[in-house]
Design a protein around this ligand. Structure first.
Ligand code: WTA
Length: 678
């Protein structure tokens, strides 16, 4: 049952709770043992000095790391050329490289039989291990298939697949031939997929016949068929087989495995410029139209590999278990690019946290001997409810670090993760970042000297990241123990370069609000000691189970129902999901349907237009919405009503009709009462 729970508040945190390091932790660090590249920085002997250098002499820092950590076909001549005011961000110009070579070939030279991918299939105990040699072979065959089908450098390829080796090989095959992949989370509906295919103008789609999740079959190809009908640009659909079941194939469908087995297992990599496009990834913003965030080659790869190495203290031989789907940025950066660039072993998780039972994650940790586990707070909150036995019955001694991403982790979940899952022995790293930032920006770095970690705080910025807080007037807040809009003052190599086909929106969204700064859209608090805590989104984006969703997208979907005159969507606190979506609906006159039917149909329409996860938890039918005299919906008032903070409704002088509020408050109470009975 739902209850109102305030979103993260700013009260001083959790004094006396267990944190990191435990009192006995050793704290001496030899800086070049910590980061070998630091040997190039004369005079830098300790961790704080290295951090300082990464900010004050950012070019020197990134130059040394880019030269040492990436394999270049030709070296870059300019470290960075950025102008935040114009949203112009360029790194490592003049350099040429190939991302798939960095992620595969160079490791094949040193350790061909090392396991690159562990595909943790839906059925527990049916994992498949893929070595670097094997991954190279599959990637080359897919790359050759794409080339034979006419895919060229710069062409967009939409990938709509569950986490699997063939999906990773498809991403890397695009990188090998210079095509731009755009992975769409395989839970999105046909219409959402079609929108993204059209925006990217993809001629090629790669999918699987079916997907398998939580023991159920999902008809993935059918969804692609529906989407492709709406997309005249699509010329070919490559279909891999996840199951043995036959699905209808049309004349543009190509069986991927059959085709690729005819191709050679070698494929020359294309030399890409540092700033050529690597991928687009769509994410929600304040308007109804998702943004195709653009990431490029060298800077993104360097940033993901460096954060993967240091935030998780990833060491050679470790098994890295990030359970995010490849359809999100976390899957791109910490299932695929970061770990593979580092020659690591990375887990591809196809299942759910509760299949076949709530011990799935920990049974997997035991079986695969996972060293770093990286997941989302929503899953932790869910598992916590099932009790400790599901965790304790599995051997978790392999675990060294636990990571959290996607939304604020509340202190109860943090504490359980640390104490029960990690037996109080593994640091929990709460990592703040975004699709736009490419990689982790603020997180504890447990290998740091004296790495203090306070529960439920994202703590300290990563190398080269300069977070600042701004007040309402756009002034920089200098002191500590203060809260404001979170911005980043300096460019870093992993940041997005533009929004595909909409550079103006890129500038307006990220660089106009606070000139010469990247604006994140989040609020943050900086503690007395200078540590950060994220307080949540400041815009009309909500975060449902760690997935971003624009309230305008939800409204756009429900407004298409014939009975809806207008609507307003907001986020409200939810025990498991973090936030749920709550939609207020005004009906057209003369509607002759029961409220129950209307609600069910509206849920159906959101699922059909966006995705199942976007379906509103609450739909309240109201006579009118609170509006200003100029007709703007006052969402702030709706939020306060749902949070039951009626004494905080704020300034209502612009409200045109005060009876609207009383009616909504009464309706809200009524709805909760009904819910409680059900
Ligand atoms: C939120 C996911 C609090 C935040 C990597 C951000 C977080 C949005 C955290 C980005 C965290 C992400 N603590 N909030 N550790 N990590 N967020 O683009 O609001 O899917 O702006 O990237 O998630 O979501 P995205």
């Amino acid at each position: 049952m739902w209850r109102v729970r305030p979103l993260a508040s700013l009260r001083p945190l959790l004094a006396g709770r267990p944190g990191w390091p435990p009192a006995r932790a050793a704290s001496s660090t030899n800086i070049s043992a910590f980061m070998p590249e630091a040997a190039a920085f004369a005079g830098v002997r300790d961790y704080p000095a290295l951090k300082q250098l990464s900010l004050r002499q950012a070019e020197r820092f990134w130059e040394a790391l880019a030269r040492a950590r990436l394999s270049w076909i030709s070296p870059f001549h300019t470290v960075s050329d950025c102008d935040l005011a114009r949203g112009s961000i360029r790194w490592f110009e003049g350099g040429r490289l190939n991302v798939s070579v960095n992620c595969i070939d160079r490791h094949v030279h040193t350790s061909p039989d090392k396991v690159a991918l562990i595909w943790e299939r839906d059925e527990p105990g049916a994992e498949v291990k893929i070595t670097y040699r094997h991954l190279l072979e599959v990637t080359c065959r897919v790359a050759n298939t794409l080339k034979r089908q006419g895919v060229r450098k710069g062409d967009r390829v939409t990938i709509y697949m569950p986490a699997s080796p063939i999906a990773v090989a498809s991403m890397l095959a695009c990188a090998r031939i210079g095509a731009v992949h755009t992975v769409v989370f395989a839970g999105f509906s046909a219409e959402a997929l079609a929108d993204r295919i059209q925006d990217a103008q993809s001629e090629t789609v790669i999918t699987t016949n079916q997907a398998v999740r939580g023991g159920r079959i999902i008809e993935l190809k059918k969804t692609v068929d529906q989407a492709v009908k709406m997309c005249p640009s699509v010329k070919r659909v490559l279909v891999a087989k996840r199951t043995e079941n036959e699905v209808p194939m049309s004349n543009i469908d190509i069986p991927l495995e059959e085709e690729m087995m005819r191709e050679e297992a070698v494929c020359d990599p294309v030399a890409m410029e540092s700033e050529d496009l690597l991928f687009l990834l769509y994410t929600s913003g304040s308007t109804g139209k998702p943004k195709g965030m653009v990431h490029t080659q060298a800077g993104y790869l360097l940033y993901t590999s460096l954060t993967h190495r240091y935030v998780f203290d990833y060491r050679d031989g470790d098994v890295f278990g990030c359970v995010a789907d490849i359809g999100w940025i976390t899957g791109h950066s910490y299932v695929v690019y970061g770990p593979l660039c580092n020659g690591g072993t990375t887990v591809l998780f196809e299942s759910t946290p509760v299949y076949p039972n709530p011990g799935r994650y920990w049974e997997m940790v035991e079986r695969l001997k996972i060293n770093q586990f990286y997941g989302a707070p929503t899953a932790i909150r869910l598992l916590l409810k099932y009790g400790d036995e599901w965790v304790k019955s599995h051997d978790r001694s392999s675990l060294k670090i636990l990571g959290s991403v996607g939304e604020p982790i509340n202190s109860e979940a943090w504490d359980w993760y640390y104490r029960v899952v990690g037996d109080g022995r593994c640091p929990v790293v709460d990592t703040w970042w975004q699709t736009e930032t490419g990689g982790i920006c603020i997180a504890p770095c447990p290998a740091e000297r004296d790495a203090e970690i306070i529960p439920a705080m994202v703590m300290r910025p990563f190398f080269g990241i300069d977070p600042v807080l701004m007040d309402d007037q756009g002034r920089r807040l200098m002191g500590n123990n203060t809260a404001g809009s979170l911005c980043i003052a300096q460019p870093w190599p992993g940041m997005a370069r533009t929004i595909y086909n909409d550079h103006d929106r890129f500038i307006t969204t990220y660089f106009k609000p606070y000139p010469n700064h990247f604006f994140t859209g989040d609020g943050a608090y900086r503690s007395e000691k200078g540590y950060y805590r994220i307080t949540g989104r400041l815009d009309d984006v909500i975060n449902v189970s760690g997935h971003r969703l624009g309230t305008a997208e939800i409204e756009g979907a429900v407004n298409q129902h014939r009975v809806v005159a207008e609507s307003a969507a907001i986020g409200c606190a939810h025990e498991i999901k973090g936030e749920a979506s709550y939609v207020f609906i005004v009906l057209k006159d003369g509607v002759d349907m029961t409220e129950h039917v209307i609600r069910e149909e509206l849920k159906g329409i959101v699922s059909q237009k966006i995705a199942k996860y976007a379906v509103p938890d609450y739909i309240q039918i109201v006579k009118r919405l609170p509006k200003t005299r100029s007709g703007k919906i006052m969402r702030r008032v709706l939020r306060k009503i749902v949070e039951r903070k009626l004494d905080e409704l704020g300034d209502l002088t612009t409200l045109d009709d005060h009876t609207a509020i009383q009616e909504i408050v009464a309706g809200h109470k009524e709805m909760l009462k009904k819910e409680a009975k059900e």
